[in-house]
Design a protein around this ligand. Sequence first.
Ligand code: S3P
Length: 181
Amino acid sequence: MSRAGVDRPVVVLVGFMGAGKSTVGRIVADRLGVDFADTDTEIVTRSGTGVPEIFATSGVDAFRALERDVIVELLTGHRGVLSLGGGAVTTVEVAEALAGHRVVYLSVDPDDGYARVAGTDRPLLAAADPAARYRELLAERTGSYRAVATVEIDGTAGDPEDIADDIITRIARELVPERTS
Ligand code: S3P
């Protein structure tokens, strides 16, 4: 149990596709000795079907509703590191539910980020020009990531181990109260 008698994530990672949220999140969780959860994986486990299939058969709104329910639940039940799918913060209830949590925005250089996801089956990049779509969506969402974040770290500025170290350092700083005298 933690503050206010509820289990809550040590840190929540948000950011665009290709920012490295899951890779870095797993390393942070491992180093802190806590569990790691990723909302896409949780949705797949609960629904028994893949993310692209949910988009194809039920549509984006149905996916966002599943995503919202999973996130709201994990924000009060998961004590480890929680990584959110790249579009989760666009759901108003999710953005509101993140208030009061330690939220790290892993930002991304557009070229590096796109190189990481090119050729994967991200449904929202199924466009005639996926690279342009990637840049367009990233630009649209940057404000939403910043609005929920307590810390911003460039997810493409180093290898995942270094970024994980950076996150742990920043978290530790927040956990140790500053001396006032
Ligand atoms: C999405 C990002 C994906 C996944 C889904 C929608 C988005 O997660 O949730 O394809 O809207 O940006 P990742 O950020 O882990 O790729």
